[in-house]
Design a protein. Sequence first.
Lengths: 88, 758, 159
Amino acid sequence: MPMVWVPSLMQKLTDGQAHVEVEGETVRQVIENLDAAFPGFKARVCDENDRLRHDVAVAVDGEVSSEGMRRKVKPDSEVNFLPALAGG
Amino acid sequence: MVDKNGNYKVIGTRPIRHDGTEKVTGQAIYGGDTRFPGMLYGHVLRSPHAHARVKSIDTSKAEALEGVRAVVTGADFPPTTADDMIDLGEGPTSLKSMRGNVLALDKVFYKGHAVAGVAAINAHIADEAIALIEVEYEVLPPVLDVRQAMEDNATLLHENMTTTAFGEDTGKKSNVSLHLNHVLGDPDAAFASAAVVVEREFTTATVHQGYIEPQNATAMWKTDGHLTVWTSTQGAFTTQKQLGAVLDHPISKTKVVPQEIGGGFGGKIPVYLEPVAALLSRKTNKPVKLIMTRADVFEGTGPTPGSYVRVKLGANKDGKLVAGEAYMAFESGGYPGSPMPCGVMCVFGCYEIPNGRIDGFDVVVNKPRSFAYRAPCSTQVALATETVMDEIAEQLGLDRLQFRLDNIAAEGTRRVDGMVYPRIGARETLEAIRDSEHWQAALTGDNQGRGISIGYWFNVGLKSAVTASVNKDGTVNLVEGSTDIGGSRTSIAMQFAEVVGLAAEDINPQVGDTSSIGYTDVTGGSRTTYATGWAAYEAAHDVIRQMRERAAKLWECEDDQVEFDDGIFRHSGDAAKKYNFKELANELDETGGPVVGNGTVDPASGVGGSFAANIADVEVDLETGKVGIARFTVVQDAGKAIHPSYVEGQMQGGSVQGIGWALNEEYFYTDDGNMANSTFLDYRIPTALDLPMIEPIIVEVPNPGHPFGVRGVGEANIAPPPAAIANAIYQAVGVRLRELPMRPERVVAALQAQAAGG
Amino acid sequence: MSKVHIQTKINGEEVEFLCEPRQSLLEILREGLGFTGTKEGCNDGNCGACSCTVDGVLIDSCLMLAVEAEGKEIATVEGLASSEGLHPVQQKFLEHAALQCGICTPGFLVAAKALIDHNPDPSEHEVRHWLAGNLCRCTGYDKIVRAVIDAAQEVRASA
């Protein structure tokens, strides 16, 4: 099952857990399933248009993805939520 | 592409850049060089106060001055409410912040904050006119220190701003706009078990990117509503989006034509003058050009944040890091949104640290709204981590280079923020330090010391588009959307040339405007050679595919009977039938329309970070405290250096910016929030006389996420220099400085304290 | 403000223009005469992007009033190349990749030529000292210094 690393500032929502295993074949499904188990999770990472908040990036297996919610997730994948960044 | 020895034909060579002749003859047109019939010239009135409410603005005397054609203020923007948010692709930004920073709305937040713009028949009259604008201010106390700004009883810059913590509004009114926190493992337990723990505090002053060309913008707002802006920008499309947001003007009627640009380093991504020029043009129905004065550049653009950083590292007796803790507060200036999250990502980015905690704070203060400066916030955090690393090595009696090697991050290392590294070149970068001639060489004078450091930048990918048109003579016109700050159009052309089997000189690269090429993100983030080069690679393959089809027509065979290898199109069934690229291009007339190839990218993964390391030999004058650089080496992992001269140039340029940041550059503030040194005389960047040669060593650990293995190199090289110099000063004279800049009187004070037994 | 009529020579050609007394030579070159190769970086004599020579002397044109050009010979970056090709300093800057954004380059080229005219065999230190009045933010100066030393050698060899 994919493993989600929960940002420490959101661990209040997941009863203090730093890692949560949750089903899903895409980032969208993972988030939906997280929200079902821990209500309020989705609102922290998604906007009202059902897309990732633009100040949030998602990394799957160590790579920040530009595909957002569509990104596929494997059964042994690791999913991280990070602040979205650029450079100068 | 590669020859029998696995060498590329074009990649790795050093052709003359395609825009070279016009740049050395003065013929290249930069944004300040535009001229149009009837053009007006403008200037901007700026706040003399660091923090004030704007009660009223009376522009009547300015408008009455002979030669003045228009005056604009924040009132000329469409109405803005406090909640309007706009997304420009890099995160939601408050529209009020965006507009307010271009022309103040109800408050000014820093000395130099733009308040009004004037257009006149010449720049001198515009200058006289701004002195005639009467602004009534209610002056408020300025907040000038990041830690003071964070205190509970601090004056608030934005009365309704609350702290957000990873998507959650805490509801607490504060000058802290954002708090980030990451935890890995159990740092408290790990510190408790460590053999050595060192915790230190650091402060760094505001510094500016220091590009020699001031910001400029020329705008023509036609009566049919079409707006064209000519400007020196790091991203025409980003400028277009910002104009659309600030002016509430459709992108379909906004064209940005990027001019040659005289330096950016991140500072020419935001708009400053463009919307003002546009508004003035709309009022006058004439082209209007604005250019910033040097003082305007210092006081009214986006320097990098000053900071307070605290780093604690713990190691066991065998020299393995067991825990790291970092606290960092960055000054975002008058509006929120500093690059603090980048500092959070980079602070421990070079090492394997199994337990860690990082807290980052974005804090408003009454200084110019900060913006990105070359690997933003990585320099400040590298100063902290790399000097603490030296202290731990010393306390454990370990060689400081070996200590770093024993803890260096590698593929599979998990950072404190949770990310796991792919193949990276951190170890190879340090090994190149170890194996360098400089590291083996003796020091050359008294009071000299040698310091080392390593820094990291993650780099970005983002979107690029390239179009390639084949000419009859076998040359190719390449249109791309990345403005060229440092020779990138050549590196992009070289990647195209490599694929199709042409010489770099056979490619004619051009930077397009927003009407002539597909959307392309900024030239920044170390992305240009990587992503736009990749788009060129894709366009090259598209061209090859089309050319194969054309050869098939000429040979009257099937497409799949045409092979392309090593620059030659061959008929798989007839060895006599072959063309090189130029020969086939010459025959295309009979085969259909023009051959035009396209490539667009938005790399979903595989960007690949870059590590840069320094050896700095310093010489300290015990009497004056002046620190000279006796010798300096920079090593950087480029993945694959497309044009080694320009890779070396990035490494050298970033190193020298870092040296200036370390020793001399700062915004020197008076108590009422005035920058006292807003000239190149007193904001003293390094000159040729201050420096030795900067010795570059390119390491190539190919990035598996790019067709040629490229890693962006533009930025990481500015991270390590201050730490290397601080470490070197300690080696030379036994004092540690933890404030930037390490200016002479601070060195003297430290030496005196040391002599007094401190 | 009534204008003054100035007659001067720029890059070997007779030029005349009208200017206000308050206008700098830099402003007249760029705005009045179209010699936009000379650049403005600071307008107070600290960056050298506006470097020109006046009767062979290297100056910052932002610090000279246009009216002072009367009867003088001005040389700008536009005068370096000839129909035969680039001046060695220009060619060496390209070969050494001694420019990145290029905004400081015209000033450096004029300054470098003035150095070589004055001192045909400068040491690295002499080059750095002479060029200390020209600021570059992109290159770190390394490749600029190499290019100038190489150009001086080329000029000596072809003399």
